[in-house]
Structure formats: C-alpha cells, structure tokens
Design a protein around this ligand. Structure first.
Ligand code: BF8
Ligand code: SF4
Length: 630
C-alpha cells in the first residue's frame, strides 16, 4: 500500500454522503435524519440533573428549584444517574461473559462448540485450583465454566481475577473497598442504592460506580475474554481488510453484527460448508461473503481473518449499499432502525437473542445444541434471497484498507520475544517494551477504545488522535469501534509506520508490528488491564506510574462508562472526548476527575476538542515520565 492511497476522513465522509443521498431516494431514514429531527438535546438530561426514579417526579434541577421533591440535590441526582449507567454497562458486558461461560459448559468433543485453546484452559484451571491430572479436557472445561458462573452470584469473597493484578493495586482496591464481590451483587447493589430514598451522597455513588465497573473489567468482561479464547482460540496476528469496500457485488453478502461470538462463529463455519457454496453458485453468486460490524467484526476478524464492514455508525450504511442479503445480529449496539431500514431493501434482518428483540426482524433463537444447524439454515436463507437484490439500488463504496489484527497479550509477548533472542531471562515478559519506554524510544502507550457518537464527526477524533500520538512516538493499543476506525484509515497496517516518529518506527520495524495494535472487542479491554498490570509488575512500580493512559474520544454507551470506571480504578487516567452526563453537578464533575485520582491514581480528563485532548495526553505521559525520572 502506498500512503498516497490511504483513506482519509474526507474520503469516508464522501462515501457516507453518497449513501445518504441514495437512502433518500429509497425513502430510507438514517441516524443523520433522526439526529436532525431530535434537534438540540435536553439540557437537564445532558447535565444528568433530571430524575425520574420515582413517580413523584420527574424532577429537574434549576437555580430556582435546587432539589427534587424528595430533597435530592444535583449531585445526588447526577450521581445516581451515573451509577445506573455503570450498572447497565456492567450488566451488558457481564451477561455476555456469562453466556460464553454457558457455551463453555455445553462444549463437547462431538457438539457444536469445541475447545480450541486447551493450553489456556489448563492454565486457567491451575490458576483456579481445579484438578487437571488425568481428566478429560471437557470435564475440566465444565468445572472451569461452572466455577466461572459462580463468580456471578457467589455468597462470599471477591472476584478471583483480582489476584492477577500487581500487589500494590490489590492493596489499593482492598483499602478503598472497591474489590468487587459477586458480579450480580454489584449490579444489584447499584440498583438498590439508586432506588428512591437511598443514597444521596455523591461520593458513595462514585465509590459504588468504581466497584461495579471493577466487577465488569476484572470479572464479567475478563471471563468473557478468557472463555472466548478457550472456545474459539487466543488471537494471533492475522491480516484482513476493513471498510464498506469489503462488500462484494457478485457474492451473497451476510453481515454479522453484535458481540457474542457464539452466533457469529457458527455462521462463519456454516458459510464454508461445500453444500452451501454449491447452493450459492446455483443462484448465480460467486460465493458467500461474510463481513462483520462492531465488536463481532473484531472477534471474527482476529480469529478467522473475516473482513470488517465497519463500526457503530456504519451499520446502516452497510444495508444502504443494497447488496446485503442478510444481517444477523446477537446482542448490543444494534440500531432498532435496522428493522424498517431492511424493509426498504431486500435485506433479511435476523435477531438471534432474547436479549435483543427488534421489530421488523425474523427471530431465530440460537441454541447451543442446534447452533450449527441454525447457522446453516440462515446461510441458505441468505442465498435464496440473492435473487431479490435490486441492481438499481446497489452502490458499494470501493474503499477498503488492509489491517493486521489480533494482538492479544500472548501475541504481543511473542512479538517482543523475537527481538530478545539472545536474552533468555527476558523471554515471555514485557521487558523489551519497558526498556524501550525507559530509553525514550517509545514515550509511552495509549489505549484508545470506544464507540462513535453523532455528537462529533464519526471516526475523526479516533483517527486524528492516533496520528498525533504515533507521530510523537507513543504506541497505541485499540479495541472496539476505535480499532475499526483505525483499520478503515489504514492505521492497523504495517505501512502506517511511515506516520510514526523515528523511535516508534524503529521499534515497529524491529518487531514487525503496526503502530496501532488491535487487541479485540470491548470486553477485551480486560486484556489491556492485564497488559498494564503486567508491565507494572515487571517494572516493579504501580500502574498509575506507568506512562500509559486510556482514551475514549467518541464514546456513547453505558458499557463505556462501566469500562471507564474499571480503567480509572486500575489507576489509569482516562481521556474522554464526550462529556459524561453529570456536568449539571459541580460536585460530581470534581469527583470523577480529581476525586477518584486522589484515591486510585486514575481519573478523567475531559475535552471535546480532539486536538487539545491529544495534547493533554502527550503532556500526561511526559509528566509520568518526568516523575519516574526517565
Ligand atoms: O462494545 S465500541 S459502539 S460495538 S459499545 Fe458498541 Fe461502543 Fe462499538 Fe462493541 Ni464497545
Ligand atoms: Fe424527584 Fe426524588 Fe422522585 Fe427523583 S426520587 S423523581 S428527585 S422525588
């Protein structure tokens, strides 16, 4: 690839504008139309100072009415709303993790779901004190799954994975009493505390927000990641392509969208079935093209090289190409608009989970025992739908970029090992990375994560921030829709080294890696926690001292607020490009920025200007370096 051919944000916007024009011609409505129809957002909702927790309200806080009917003030109302967001996010991630536990529990040698990474399973069994000697691998898997399921509702104790962190962190969590107990208990506590007539103290609400977030990152999400790796394989670097240009005009296009890989993995496998391929040829298609959206795209890209059609705000655009025979979804981040939008085209919209039921879809409830058969039937349904495509409605933007994805912690260590051939003592550690940071060849690292949000130019902040950081010798790890923004802009390709400062370029060339490392989906931010605490352990410092920060420039979901809470609780400063909906309360703003930093070493830095945000990140990293005397 030549850097002159790289996709710019303007190119992406031109494609989106063209699709928008065609949408109007097809009488289809998109998020751009609905955003315009919504007009200016309600300032009470924006500031988090509207309360509708009980039916005496809704109550809104104004200078004239500084308290709700029950007496709750701005800080109490904004704090309760904030904690409820965290509870929603933790519930979503953790329930996804729980589903994967159930899938592992149902795995068998002759069933739909088998174990791919048995080494990882054995490692986890040993970590959890589960007997492995002389036992069948599936027996072990079932006991590990059952133990994992216990983490959601156990009566006593805290999350098992906390012991993976460095000792200082564990001590901080214990002292602050934010070490999470059972995952479900933290969510229930959050809901209970925010019920009418309970906590009105903002500090206590922020405290529970941290503990609930921790139950996500060091509980449900981490289990999601571990069990997904055991079932479907721990990601290794692999090449793929990204953007709408991966949709093929002469093939049956099936888009898979959502988060839980149990459904998407089966569709990917079913599409390789010879009978299915023969059927596709019979209807005049060259084959079957599976492409992913949102976190599902990340999951299947890094395990199968399946190409990525796009991120969150691109989901409608995929259908607008007019060339999608089927969009099959599981859970989370799915626009309800896909129902009416699919009806404007020939696209079949399939929902598969009781968690995400959407009008206008065909509901096929996925079941672990029949998953492969169900996936086969769906693929055949998509093939049968090929003949219904209306050629006059087809417009597929040509742009796509190559991307290398799948840098799990294991894969990162493996890459680092390639540069320390002569130093056996440094094998299988982050030491080479630490050496590079200490020497200043790399100044630090930023974990860039999260969504798109129509409040800002989609993808612009992600891409601008990444380009600035790598130019300043700061390496990036990315997940979720941020990773896909990077992929679309070519930043996950090894050629992106050309945009790096001299130091980072040298390291990337030596390790043969791109400057932005794709670490997976949003539940995989748990990988980032292990990376940060792993570096801290090896370096013999605590996490807040490591020149590493987090950034969610375009976040929108409750899951993102939950993530932000475990990231700051882990001691990592988090830079936000969208203001959390608490700014109607000065006390809450103070608590989530400076307040948490005093406790855990991590807090939010909020700036809606991406250029100022990136500069403050660079300054933050340099300040951490100075404090370490490097
Ligand atoms: O969990 S980054 S828009 S797809 S919430 Fe959703 Fe946000 Fe994308 Fe994945 Ni994460
Ligand atoms: Fe109003 Fe209090 Fe009820 Fe909220 S809980 S709606 S502030 S009365």
């Amino acid at each position: 690839m030549n850097w002159k051919d790289i996709t710019t944000i303007e190119d992406m916007e031109a494609d989106a504008a063209k699709l928008q024009e065609l949408a109007c011609a097809s009488c289809a409505e998109t998020w751009q139309d609905r955003k315009a129809a919504q007009g200016v957002s309600c300032k009470f909702g924006e500031g988090g100072i509207c309360c509708r927790i009980c039916s005496m309200g809704p109550c809104r806080i104004t200078p004239k009415s500084p308290r709700g009917i029950c007496g709750a003030d701005a800080a109490a109302i904004a704090g309760r709303n904030y904690l409820r967001m965290v509870a929603g996010g933790c519930a979503a991630h953790s329930d996804h993790g729980r589903e994967i536990c159930h899938t592992l529990y149902k795995s068998s040698a002759d069933g739909n779901y088998k174990i791919t990474d048995s080494e990882k399973l054995l490692r986890l069994a040993a970590e959890w004190g589960i007997e492995t000697e002389g036992r069948d691998i599936y027996d072990i898997a079932h006991e590990v799954a059952l133990t994992g399921l216990g983490e959601y509702g156990k009566a006593f104790g805290t999350q098992r994975f906390l012991s993976r962190a460095n000792e200082e962190r564990q001590k901080v969590w214990e002292e602050l009493d934010i070490a999470p107990r059972a995952v479900d208990r933290e969510i229930a506590t959050a809901m209970h505390m925010t019920h009418m007539g309970n906590t009105a103290d903002a500090e206590a609400l922020v405290h529970q927000s941290m503990r609930t977030g921790m139950a996500d990152g060091w509980g449900g999400s981490m289990m999601g990641t571990e069990f997904t790796d055991i079932l479907f394989g721990t990601p290794k670097p692999c090449d793929t392509e990204a953007n709408l240009g991966v949709i093929e005009e002469d093939m049956v296009n099936i888009i898979i969208h959502g988060h839980d890989p149990a459904m998407s993995e089966m569709i990917v496998l079913a599409a390789e079935d010879p009978a299915v391929l023969a059927h596709a040829r019979e209807v005049g298609a060259k084959g079957i093209n599976i492409a992913g959206l949102c976190c599902t795209a990340n999951e299947v890209a890094m395990r199968h090289g399946v190409r990525m059609a796009g991120n969150f705000l691109q989901q409608e655009n995929a259908i607008l190409t007019g060339a999608v025979e089927m969009i099959a979804v599981d859970v989370q981040c799915i626009f309800p608009s896909l129902g009416p939008l699919s009806e404007c085209f020939h696209t079949k919209f399939i929902t598969t989970s009781p968690i995400a039921r959407i009008p206008g879809s065909i509901y096929v409830k996925f079941n672990t025992d029949t998953a492969y058969q169900q996936a086969l039937e769906l693929v055949h349904m998509a093939i049968d739908n090929f003949k219904n495509r209306d050629a006059s409605k087809v417009f597929i933007p040509k742009r796509k970029q190559t991307a290398t994805v799948g840098y799990s912690c294991e894969a990162i260590i493996e890459r680092l090992d390639t540069v320390t051939n002569s130093r056996v003592d440094e094998r299988e550690t982050y030491q080479p990375l630490i050496d590079c940071i200490r020497a200043g060849v790399i100044r630090g690292a930023v974990a860039i994560v999260g969504c798109n949000n129509p409040k800002v130019r989609p993808d612009y902040s992600h891409i601008e921030i990444m380009k600035q950081l790598i130019k300043n010798d700061i390496i990036i790890v990315a997940t979720g829709c941020s990773a896909q923004a990077a992929a679309k802009a070519g930043l996950l390709s090894k050629e992106a080294r050309e945009l790096c400062g001299a130091g980072l370029k040298r390291v990337c060339t030596l390790c043969d890696i791109p400057p932005v490392l794709h670490m997976g989906s949003c539940v995989d931010i748990s990988r980032m926690m292990l990376l940060a605490t792993g570096i801290a352990k090896q370096w013999k410092i605590d996490v807040p001292q490591v020149p590493v920060v987090g950034c969610a420039p375009e976040w929108m979901s409750e899951k993102a607020v939950s993530i932000a809470n475990y990231v700051i609780s882990t001691g990592i400063d988090t830079y936000l490009g969208i203001r959390p909906q608490v700014h109607g309360s000065d006390q809450m703003m103070e608590l989530i920025t400076e307040g948490t930093r005093k406790l855990t070493g991590g807090g939010y830095i909020i700036n809606t200007d991406p250029h100022e945000l990136v500069q403050s990140m660079i300054d933050g990293i340099e300040a951490k370096r100075a404090a370490l005397g490097i």
